[in-house]
Design a protein around this ligand. Structure first.
Ligand code: BGC
Length: 387
């Protein structure tokens, strides 16, 4: 995927109701009544409400059920009180997602928001939707087939952020020039995984020796664990100085493999998603870092794009959500919003996921983590307040 940094002025035309406008303004999405090309679809109205199909790819990664779905539903409710969201999760099964999408199209959804299991295979669903006049918003992963809009994070930056953090950790441990690192990437059917990998390689290549590297079908934590076991067998646990894991779910499997091989002083392991379990591993020292991607704005932009497309308006972005363009693997240019990821280590858990309200101290500081520095400090703080 190529991304261009040139912002493109897309105009979001016509009246969409005062409440919707207020919400769009609040989320940084501008609206105007003139100019621009109409997106596909467009027969629906906010006043009468319409049906939005939301298709998410899997449930082993916590984000989808815990954040993406509820945030998206909340954002739609703010923008369009009478709209309904039909939701399906594909459990990482491409053909299941295809059937779910086809069923939604048969039921008559007015717009589809699709986080594809397999971006290439999704092209047929996208084309079927388009042939029925149903616009498609690609959510988080860029489905092929010519979608109308795309919202995600800057995924190469996610990979660079992970790679940079890993190098910093190796330098801090004094192992930068020693041993080998292991790279465990995400699913080959997910274009984001290719971006994370490319971004990480950009930073790591030439700086560290990569002793073993794997792509992980389905982003499966179990497969990541098996791959880590293989890497330990071939490299030797003592010679592994760090592990690039593309996300937190897989980091769990990787850390389990290291522990069951008897490694006590764990090498730095990266991650992504700021999953609760990932944050807990970070504060207890098992995992070095994660990448926090604020899902609320991603879901809000997706909802605004979906409402615009279904009602024949143009989403124009604005504020922090600058509209840019990306190219999908078929060469289609897609108007897109790409949000910024943030690295999280033990040092900034409080200033990121906690201050952002992603998690409360209580959620993180369960009994098993009570003796970590973060939780002890939080507990001490409470006692001080009680005095
Ligand atoms: C998402 C990640 C997620 C992974 C596995 C990627 O497309 O961007 O946040 O960890 O899929 O579901």
């Amino acid at each position: 995927m190529k991304s261009s940094n040139t912002p493109h002025a897309f105009l979001y035309r016509a009246a969409i109701g005062a409440a919707a406008l207020a919400m769009l303004a609040a989320t940084g999405c501008g609206a105007t009544t003139t100019g621009g090309e109409a997106a596909e679809g467009g027969d629906a109205s906010v006043e009468e409400g319409f049906d939005i199909g939301l298709l998410l790819p899997e449930s082993k990664t916590a984000r989808y059920e815990k954040f993406d779905r509820p945030y998206f539903e909340e954002a739609v409710a703010e923008l369009c009180e009478k709209c309904e969201v039909s939701y399906q999760n594909a459990d990482q099964d491409t053909s299941k997602q295809q059937s779910q999408a086809e069923a939604m199209l048969t039921e008559g959804i007015d717009v589809m928001v699709l986080d594809a299991v397999d971006a290439e295979a999704a092209a047929s669903v996208v084309q079927q939707a388009k042939s029925q006049g149903v616009p498609v918003v690609a959510y988080d992963r860029l489905a092929q087939g010519g979608v109308d809009y795309y919202v995600s994070f800057d995924n190469q930056t996610v990979g660079r952020t992970q790679g940079t953090a890993l190098i910093e950790a190796l330098e801090a441990e004094g192992t930068a020039g020693e041993g080998e690192i292991v790279m465990i990437n995400g699913s080959p059917t997910d274009p984001n995984a290719a971006d994370f990998k490319a971004g990480a390689h950009e930073v790591l290549d030439g700086q560290v020796e990569i002793g073993a590297e794997y792509d992980t079908a389905d982003w499966s934590p179990d497969k990541a664990q098996q791959q880590m076991e293989q890497a330990i067998t071939s490299i030797g646990a003592d010679d592994i100085t760090g592990v690039y894991s593309a996300n937190d779910g897989m980091a769990a499997g990787i850390i389990a493999a290291l522990k069951s091989a008897g490694v006590e002083d764990l090498p730095p392991v990266t991650g992504q998603d700021a999953e609760l379990a990932g944050i807990q591993r970070i504060i207890s020292g098992d995992q070095y870092m994660t990448v926090y991607k604020a899902i609320r704005p991603e879901a809000e932009v997706a909802a605004a794009m979906a409402v615009a497309a279904a009602t024949g308006e143009e989403y124009e972005g604005g504020g922090e959500h600058m509209l840019t363009e990306v190219e999908d693997a078929d060469g289609n240019t897609v108007p897109a919003v790409l949000l910024e990821p943030v690295a999280v280590t033990e040092d900034n858990v409080e200033d990121t996921v906690i201050s952002d309200g992603f998690y409360s101290i209580e959620e993180i500081c369960t009994d098993a983590y009570a003796d970590t520095e973060l939780c002890e400090q939080a507990d001490g703080g409470d006692e001080d307040e009680d005095k």
